[in-house]
Design a protein around this ligand. Structure first.
Ligand code: MOS
Length: 663
């Protein structure tokens, strides 16, 4: 209805506008920054850079330690900011800031034999980098059939509809208010406070409406800190709204990956060995190691299992979260390799997965709290008429179009984190729920309203949910598919307390979450894709996508369907079109807007269905729910790639599957 107010839209009296200056070299040292001309331009209030560095905490995150160093870590890094009375004046003056560099020799190229590769201690968020069980070489040697295949995925960028923005206001007592496009008001408050060296209670972050994030608004980005610094220096409120192009440089991205998967199976199709090794990049500033290969620790029973991550620090921006970081690219490789194994041994790919189902986590041996992968595969196969499928690749042609179908499994961890919440009976007899949750467009308000109404035993229209403000009870980010489980647990407890008290209930689930039973908690799913590949143009169409998920209790059917279908659509983009090119010559990225970075449009998405199984799992949280924000993207690209192989007989191992690769 257009009623939501996003971060950049808050009307703030006397607000000035900030426009950043970005590094034009990928590596080097800033010799001098000349802002004399910029300072004479109309409306300019201040210019900040490493010539007059702001005071920040000594231990600030290196991506957020703005202007503290003269070393350039990547092309596009923020090196100065201009504050002016209008956006246009700030932008014009930013163009007039002269930055002199002593450039160095940059290295922005990931390869599997890069001499700088090393083994990180942990991968995101805290998994061990490497695991090994049994003897992989012996398992492969003993296998009746084995595959040894390498896949690559490109740099990918989140492109939420709402570009990142922050408006910062300091009051006369030195308290900071930031309207921030963030997935977590509490975390953003804590990060901004820590970076500025302030106690948390001196900072308030408001993010009542957020137009998508997918991970790019999960961690505080440099521009939010920059807005706060600029407002402090300018002595008036400052708005910093990033352009779409600037987002590509400073809001994180999905690391490119090179993944080698080796699989061996006996004559019955039972795995004898599984090895998954991922090569990926981080910046010289911060180590972010994506947990790409952890999916292999969850998926299939095997006597020999090795997973490993190798990282190289390049002259690039720090990669970060993008919907299902780790699981998504990892399952692309693993599930493509499973398809290759099925073809190599002449077994149906659904059957191969069913035969290797695990009743405990293959890696650590923890029992699953619930695991209905096989039921998802069976249900999907039934709905997709899989029995009638002719497995032979490259055979079905109608005119210019080759037709094929493919399948892949899906998985995502079911986590929760401690959260607080308060429930109050208001004077008019309604119920107020307060929690610093964030609604990033997923419908968190609706989900929490439902959860509260069900617990209180009242109609949903008597429940009012307040969220998106760090002054509310502390809550974790809308990320890692754990928002509803985390906040919902606290809301249930607060409502139970209210019922007991009659007036108010306060909850803090820290102890409850710490006492969670030690089980392997994951949602599972099965993705089925039908493709048509034009033999003349190489165009790939996807007439049908079907996802079947087992994700515990579904809190709200309409919202859940939207999340699953949204994730699958993003997976379609990953399979066929999304790709950011790295500029080898100058560093930084090529393709920095939606004209060049293609995301699926309505015409790209044809019949797309998401269904779910009733899954009862009482050991998770009071709702019995698993997260659903990310599992929809996991496996989709593999299902489409596998269908392209079935259609064409050609295995494309490098995403995205664009026409030149088909022809
Ligand atoms: Mo999601 S990538 O954890 O926001």
């Amino acid at each position: 209805m257009g009623l939501a107010t996003y971060a950049a839209e808050y009307p703030v009296e006397g607000v000035a506008h900030a426009y950043p200056v970005q590094s034009r070299v990928a590596k080097g040292r800033i010799a001098r920054i000349d802002c004399d001309e910029a300072l004479t331009m109309p409306g300019v209030v201040i210019v900040l850079s490493s010539e007059n560095p702001p005071e920040l905490a000594k231990d600030a995150d290196a991506e957020l330690a703005l202007f503290q160093s003269r070393e350039v870590a990547y092309r596009g890094q923020l090196v100065a900011v201009v504050v002016a009375d209008t956006y246009e004046n700030a932008r014009a003056a930013a163009d007039a800031v002269r930055v002199e560099y002593e450039p160095g020799n940059h290295d922005v190229s990931l390869s599997a034999d890069h001499p700088g590769l090393y083994q990180p201690e942990v991968v995101n968020p805290d998994y061990p980098s490497d695991t090994e069980k049994g003897d992989v070489e012996a398992g492969l040697a003993a296998a009746a059939t084995a595959v040894d295949v390498t896949y690559t995925t490109p740099v990918l960028h989140n492109n939420p509809m709402e570009p990142h923005a922050a408006v910062a206001l300091w009051d006369t007592e030195g308290r900071l208010l930031v309207y921030d496009a963030t997935q977590g008001a509490t975390l953003s408050r804590d990060t901004i406070a820590r970076t500025l060296g302030l106690p948390a209670e001196r900072v308030r972050v408001v993010s009542r409406h957020v137009g998508g994030g997918f991970g790019s608004k999960g961690t505080t980005r440099p521009h939010s800190v920059l807005a706060a610094i600029a407002a402090r220096a300018a002595g008036r409120p400052v708005k910093l709204a990033l352009t779409r192009q600037q987002m590509f440089d400073v809001t994180g991205y999905r690391t490119p990956t090179i993944q080698r998967v080796r699989l061996g199976a006996d004559t019955e199709g039972r795995l004898t060995a599984l090895e998954h090794v991922a090569y990926e990049q981080s910046s010289t500033l911060v180590e972010f190691a994506e947990q790409t290969a952890v999916v292999a620790r969850v998926m299939y029973a095997t006597p020999a299992l090795r997973t490993a991550h190798r990282l190289v620090r390049l002259d690039v921006a720090t990669p970060s979260w993008m919907r299902a970081p780790g699981e998504c690219p990892g399952m692309y490789a693993l599930e493509s390799a499973m398809d290759e194994l099925a073809y190599a041994m002449g077994m149906d790919p659904v059957e191969l997965r069913v035969r290797n189902d695990a009743d405990a986590e293959p890696d650590g041996g923890l029992p699953f709290s619930s695991r209905n992968l096989v039921a998802c595969l069976r249900e999907g196969a039934h709905r997709f008429d899989w029995d009638r499928r002719d497995p032979a690749p490259g055979l079905r042609r109608e005119g210019e179009w080759l037709a094929g179908t493919g399948v892949a499994a899906s998985t995502y961890p079911a986590r929760r984190r401690p959260s607080k919440a308060v429930a109050t009976l208001t004077d008019d007899g309604d119920f107020l729920i307060q929690v610093a949750a964030t609604d990033i467009g997923t419908g968190a308000r609706t989900a929490l309203t439902r959860i509260a109404a069900a617990t209180l035993g009242v109609a949903p229209d008597r429940v009012h949910v307040e969220l998106g403000d760090s002054d509310l009870p502390e809550a974790p980010v809308a990320g890692s598919s754990m928002g509803t489980a985390s906040w919902g647990s606290a809301v249930v407890r607060a409502c139970e307390e209210l019922k007991a008290d009659g007036k108010e209930g306060r909850a803090d689930t820290t102890e409850e979450v710490a006492a969670d039973a030690r089980t392997a908690r994951h949602a599972f799913g099965a993705q089925f894709a039908e493709v048509r590949v034009n033999a003349v143009t190489g165009e790939v169409r996807v007439p049908r996508l079907l996802g079947v998920f087992a994700a515990g209790h579904i809190v709200d059917a309409r919202l859940a369907r939207s999340q699953f279908v949204g994730g699958m659509t993003m997976g379609l983009g990953m399979a066929l079109m999304e790709e950011t090119l790295t500029d080898e010559e100058f560093g930084g990225f090529l393709r920095r807007d939606l004209a060049q970075y293609h995301v699926p449009a309505c015409a790209d998405v044809e019949r797309i269905e998401a269904v779910w199984l009733d899954e009862q799992d009482d050991g998770l949280n009071p709702m019995g729910s698993k997260g659903i924000g990310e599992i929809g993207i996991v496996g989709t690209a593999a299902a489409i790639g596998n269908a392209v192989y079935h259609a064409t007989g050609h295995r494309i191992r490098h995403l995205p599957i664009t026409p030149p690769k088909i022809l």
